[in-house]
Design a protein around this ligand. Structure first.
Ligand SMILES: *Cc1c(COP(=O)(O)O)cnc(C)c1O
Length: 377
């Protein structure tokens, strides 16, 4: 008999989600609009602070796509993007017919290196094209170097799109991730720190941008009694049912962050006396990670085994783990895209592993993980 699967990150309901869904059914708000959509947006606005405005959308990818549409990214443009990330950060660049320009990570936060960012901007400008936007990502909940990245973006007057899909609840100098971009995005996919089964949001400080996002997300309908369109629209709004789940999840978000961080502490303790394994941790006091996923780097020369060996070993006991994001400049689909940097992200990918991190993991599951990993000693 095999043990139950231990997932990397699985949905964790707080209990009230079902009540919100029932309310939607009882009032027949079964549509991509309704009181829960507005309520969820308010909940997020209150949580993030900084006077932001939130438009709830059908996915984080949709939010990124609309961010680029609103920033005027179009055919032939270039958009800078962190190389080490999930493909959803980069795909919307191609939806717009633009070209991604990828940037390596720096070793401290694993996110966009500000030096290579500036190098890339200078070089693209010298080649005749100023990049239209910069997409930076807070991977695994770890805030990127916000001061350094925004300084470069400001210096060259290029709008910053902040991909906060993995970092709801993380902070930088006490301010929430998701409030640092000219436009920021969130994701509520099934494996994220909170989920609406599928969903996302666009975050802005300008009410005109929020209105624009909602307009585009609801098929860009002009003000007229008939259906009239002077712009291409999208069907990207969040449903009232999913928003109901989101409202329930917002009630437990902070609790879930505490539990994710406990999982991170669990791995820190587990590996503290293991040479050759380091747990990915905040490098300074000014950052606070939600530790969406706990990640390690395995130095095979010291540990005696590779991250892949550890992954396969865990799999034997039905424990899910996963290599870190494979950098975009190494992806077959983006092999021709310009890239600026060295081998930081490549080496992270080679030696890194994400471990089960769910806020719903139980003591017995942690013991199973400890036991299985200890077998490799
Ligand atoms: C999940 C994720 C997205 C996309 O969000 P969806 O809601 O799944 O479309 C974008 N960027 C990053 C970094 C992500 O992890």
């Amino acid at each position: 008999m095999t043990n139950n699967k231990i997932w990397l990150s699985s949905p964790h309901m707080g209990g009230n989600e079902q009540n919100y869904i029932n309310e939607a059914f009882n009032t027949n708000w079964v549509a991509p609009l309704g009181p829960h959509v507005n309520g969820f947006e308010k909940d997020l606005e209150n949580y993030l602070g900084e006077n932001v405005q939130v438009a709830a959308l059908s996915s984080g990818t949709a939010a990124l796509h609309l961010a680029l549409v609103i920033l005027g990214v179009t055919r032939g443009d270039e958009v800078i993007c962190q190389s080490m990330t999930f493909s959803a950060s980069a795909n919307p660049i191609v939806y717009q017919g633009a070209t991604p320009v990828f940037i390596d990570s720096e070793p401290e936060t694993w996110n966009m290196c500000p030096n290579h960012l500036e190098e890339a901007i200078k070089d693209r400008i010298s080649k005749g094209k100023k990049p239209k936007a910069i997409i930076a990502v807070h991977l695994y909940g770890m805030p990127f170097k916000v001061d350094e990245i925004t300084a470069v973006a400001k210096k060259y007057e290029i709008p910053l799109v902040e991909d906060s899909a993995e970092s709801l609840g993380s902070t930088y100098q006490g301010k929430h991730c998701g409030t640092f971009g000219d436009i920021s995005i969130l994701s509520f996919n099934g494996n994220k720190i909170i989920t609406t089964s599928g969903g996302g949001a666009l975050v802005t400080r300008q009410s005109s941008v929020k209105e624009k996002a909602i307009f585009l997300a609801t098929q860009a309908r002009d003000k007229a009694p008939h259906y009239q369109h002077s712009q291409i629209g999208y069907n990207y709004r969040l449903s009232n049912i999913c928003a109901g789940i989101g409202r329930g999840q917002m009630e437990v978000l902070d609790k879930h962050i505490v539990l994710r961080r406990k999982m991170h502490q669990f791995y820190t303790t587990l590996f503290q006396n293991w040479d050759g394994i380091s747990v990915f941790t905040e490098a300074s006091e000014v950052v606070f990670s939600n530790h969406w996923l706990s990640c390690i780097i395995v130095d095979e020369r010291v540990s005696g085994f590779s991250s892949e060996k550890l992954r396969l070993h865990l799999e034997k006991d039905n424990i899910e783990s996963r290599p870190l994001w494979k950098p975009m400049h190494l992806q077959p689909i983006f092999k021709d895209a310009p890239y600026y940097g060295s081998t930081i992200s490549e080496n992270l990918f080679k030696n890194g592993l994400c471990l089960p991190s769910g806020s719903n993991l139980k003591e017995a599951e942690r013991q199973r993980i400890t036991l299985k990993i200890s077998e490799l000693l």
